[in-house]
Ligand binder design. Structure first.
Ligand code: PXG
Length: 311
């Protein structure tokens, strides 16, 4: 839309602020965190009507940025939300936000909302989509999870039906995942295994899941109700390059309990070993050999696959 497209994504204005305050990109401007606010009439807030991406930068490299831009564009296309910035303009805005905050390693949240409208579902009420980019330091899982593996639990909330709110879309509707997260936390677990409505393994609240069985890497097909994770795809590509057979396969909890190895993948988690599910020990109860190899290959990949910037 003209408001954004005809103006450079570079900041037109910077509100004076204390030097240490985080700067947020908000609709073409950079504003301090304390002033980064959107309207209560934004349909992103009123209805969860919008799309987003969670991205990471490693040592001044925005990891898999192109892939994240494609997923954002595809999510937006499906919900008929016209992105006001091109992938190139968004990339420029992301890099500029990172630079302004002097962040080498960051968590990047790109959000596009339907925009401000009136109190009705109809997106036609919203004339201009809202865009904001938050770059911040990353909250990591404890180091011990990577060394010793983590435990997860299956929760009662089933993953959204692909025929209803398709989990392939990264939209601002995350209550399905949040309900599952609450259930996991109520039982003192940090991550939850979510099944689909047929009882097949779908994914976790913010991570995809893999198992290793008899030397083969297996992950549920996304049509069963999972996001096409960028990390998931990176692991599948690494498996191919390392001559490790990898297949998408319908999996039950029984398959998971009897796997040789299990791990989760996600932008925040990277590759994290799982050693217990619903109280059942997985394999030898320690991070497996193939998992450790993939963790190391993935770490290497984060040093080279993305868009570079300088501070
Ligand atoms: N499934 C779901 C439901 C997700 O939300 C993944 C899988 C993994 O996808 P990627 O593309 O990241 O490999 C996600 C991603 C957060 C946060 O702040 C969540 C995600 C990514 C980054 C941050 O909780 N979820």
């Amino acid at each position: 839309m003209a408001v954004h497209r005809n103006s450079s994504s570079k900041a037109k204005k910077t509100t004076p602020t204390s030097p240490s305050e985080l700067q947020v990109y908000l609709n073409g401007e950079f504003v301090p965190k304390s002033e980064a606010k959107i309207s209560v009439f934004d349909h992103g807030l009123l209805y969860g009507d919008g799309v987003f991406e969670g991205i990471r930068s490693y040592n001044c490299l925005v990891f898999k940025l192109k892939e994240h831009m494609v997923r954002l564009q595809e999510s937006a296309h499906t919900i008929m939300l016209e992105l006001p910035l091109s992938a190139e303009e968004l990339t420029e805005a992301i890099v500029e936000t990172l630079k302004r905050n002097k962040l080498r390693d960051a968590y990047i949240r790109v959000v596009v909302t339907r925009g401000v409208g009136d109190l009705g579902l109809d997106p036609a009420n919203c004339k201009t989509p809202g865009v904001f980019i938050i770059t911040d330091t990353i909250i990591l899982y404890p180091e011990s999870y990577y060394r010793n593996g983590m435990e997860i639990i299956t929760v009662p909330t089933v993953r959204n039906l692909p025929e209803a709110v398709n989990p392939a879309l990264k939209t601002l509707n995350y209550l399905n995942n949040i309900m599952a997260k609450i259930e996991a936390k109520n039982s003192n677990y940090r991550e939850a295994l979510m099944l689909n409505h047929q009882g097949y393994v779908a994914e976790c609240t913010g991570d995809n899941i893999f198992i290793v069985k008899n030397g083969i890497l297996l992950t549920p097909p996304t049509y069963l109700g999972a996001l096409r994770g960028i990390t998931r795809q990176a692991i599948m590509d690494l498996a191919l390059r390392n001559d490790l057979p990898c297949q998408e396969r319908v999996l039950t909890r029984h398959d998971l309990y009897n796997a040789d190895e299990t791990f989760l993948t996600g932008t925040a988690a990277e590759v994290i070993p799982v050693v217990k599910i619903d109280g059942r020990k997985i394999g030898i109860g320690k991070p497996g050999k193939i998992t450790r190899k993939l963790m190391s290959s993935f770490r290497d990949l984060t040093k080279r696959d993305g868009v570079r910037y300088t501070l």
